[in-house]
Design a protein around this ligand. Sequence first.
Ligand SMILES: [Zn+2]
Ligand SMILES: [Zn+2]
Ligand SMILES: [Zn+2]
Ligand SMILES: [Zn+2]
Ligand SMILES: [Zn+2]
Ligand SMILES: [Zn+2]
Length: 432
Amino acid sequence: MTTAHAAGSVPVMLDLRAHRRVPASADGYVELWQRLEPVLLGVDPRSGPRIRLDFGDEGEVGVWFLSPATAPVPFSADTPFSVRGVLEPPRVRYPCDTCRAAGATVYAPFLCAGCGTKERPGRVCDAHAVFLDGGLRASCARHVPVCDCGRPARAWCGGPRCRSGRAWCEQHLRPHPGDSSVLYCADCHTDRFPACERQGCQATGHIRCEHRLLGDSRACGRRVCAEHVTRWQIYGSRSRGLALCGRHQGVLRGSAPEDLVALIVAGTAARSETRRGPRTGGRRAAFLPRLGIVRHIFINTCNRVLDMGTVDGLFVGLQQDLRRRGKGGGHLVETALRLLDEQAAARREDVQRFRDSHEEGRGHFARLRTLLQQSGRHELADAVTFSDYRRKSNILFVRVPPELRSRFIGTQGAVVKELRTRLGINIQLERE
Ligand SMILES: [Zn+2]
Ligand SMILES: [Zn+2]
Ligand SMILES: [Zn+2]
Ligand SMILES: [Zn+2]
Ligand SMILES: [Zn+2]
Ligand SMILES: [Zn+2]
């Protein structure tokens, strides 16, 4: 007989901390006691205040006699017991699903999406958790992520496409060029470390070709490494020129001046747009180059010597052409028109200054010719042509046919030196 607090009853405490099937209800406890009581009757409480009863697969049940000295000896079927308390195993709020399948309740600090149900997320304990390289997401062994090819994944890809959200197998991972412990899937690897377009080059093509026409929706974009990129120095020697791939560098040489102007304007407009973007914040705005630079671009790139008015005319012509296209030309055309408007005042200034200095330069050039004729160098006098005059640096640029260059320069530069001294200006031959 068992009563809760009957006088003269034997007070006991149940220790269920090592028991695997702790009753979840009052009925469950009655049932447990009914299995326990017959075993308990054969026990002598004086042999020790705490005994442990073996319940096989269900573990043990401990019984603590709280007052062994007053217990009747031996117990009989009539001995009343009163259960004063129960020690239960600590409640595990997040049990491991893998352990639970084996009948154990173990705290699981990690989530396994595969073990989860609609009602609750799956859990996995320290011992059963599997982590792949490149991420902190766990799973149980059964739910290790699978690569696209069906093999178990080895690492998460932290590349720009996967962002640690996709895992790949050994065969489909490629190491970071500088740190083999960091792995990427093939696509992300190509995005992050694109090959240089130059055949056989092992370097990463970090630079994109900026070649773009005003009607193109995007630039060429071919990837080139720092060594193989061509910088088209349209912004002067101190600013980084437009990056060009091998193919587009080759195209420049055969281009007409009006095509080069269109390329300069399109490339600068594209730069101006990326610089206005949110990612580049405070970078300097892009400006179209001054006419003097453009004029020299023509000389160096397509071997054409144009006067400043003609160079200006190319920009004006493009501006009118773009205005005709209007809104239909797209945002790059709008940006180009804005840049051309902003450049207009500087262009007028450049043309005027060029005219002034040109007149002065023409004067120097006429004297140069006279000097050549006076010294009997008639062939040179007829062949030399005026190219440019820079008033600020006092340099007269002339062009001399290749076969006459050495005569114009003279032995150890004697001829040109004498001309310099007599004219009081510096004379330079244009590169041919
Ligand atoms: Zn576990
Ligand atoms: Zn799982
Ligand atoms: Zn990836
Ligand atoms: Zn794979
Ligand atoms: Zn390269
Ligand atoms: Zn290109």
